[in-house]
Write a protein of this length. Structure first.
Length: 206
């Protein structure tokens, strides 16, 4: 792709680094921004810079937040003894959109994947285990995607806490095996949360 401007080329190169954005799409987006008022582009640049520099991760659940404690953990109407374990912020948003879950979350920040060099120590698992062993959790809901990596992560956490009295459940398999949680429709995901099953029972499923 030939560019008449090095500045334009640099902008397209940066935008094309985003997931799912190729060079042609990046060029279309950059040219669109170029046509907008200067103030519009400056607002976009400022919001991105501000997000990158000022955003926090909740000290309790590792969710993305503007403050040290996210709105969910700070809400006294949420049930803190029921914790839903998810991979990342997108899963929190997906479950929240169902309006079916009133507990807390714990964001792992990924899944165990030896092929990708991701082990238990690379995730927010120790803080979850500590939370359970401190006796503040009554039920732990595994809500990771139904993939080999997700099941491996669920099982690893389960083995870490199996000597505690915490109840471990997993979302019902209304979510197809191999599906990513964020792409599930809200009705199916909501029902999966409501009809969760004991995690040990899921280990015996074919």
């Amino acid at each position: 792709m030939e560019f008449s401007s090095k500045l334009l080329e640099n902008a397209v190169d940066e935008v094309s680094q985003l997931p799912g954005i190729g060079k042609r799409t990046a060029l279309r987006l950059v040219l669109h921004l170029l046509k907008q008022p200067t103030e519009q582009t400056q607002k976009l640049a400022h919001s991105l810079q501000q997000m990158r520099e000022e955003i926090n991760f909740c000290r309790n659940c590792h969710n993305i937040s503007d403050t040290q404690l996210c709105e969910i953990c700070a809400n006294p109407n949420r049930e803190e003894s029921i914790v839903c374990v998810v991979e990342d912020i997108r899963d929190v948003m997906a479950i929240e959109n169902t309006s079916q879950f009133k507990g807390h979350y714990h964001v792992l920040g990924g899944k165990i994947s030896p092929m990708d060099g991701i082990g238990p120590s690379d995730l927010n698992i120790p803080s979850l285990v500590e939370k359970v062993k401190n006796g503040t959790v009554r039920e732990l809901i595994f809500a990771l995607s139904s993939t080999m990596e997700g099941d491996t992560t669920n099982f690893y956490i389960f083995k870490q806490i199996e000597d505690t009295e915490v109840i471990t459940t997993t979302i019902a398999r209304g979510i197809s095996v191999g599906d990513e949680l964020e792409y599930a429709d809200e009705v199916t995901l909501g029902r999966s949360i409501l009809h969760r099953i004991p995690f040990e029972a899921s280990l015996k499923s074919p």
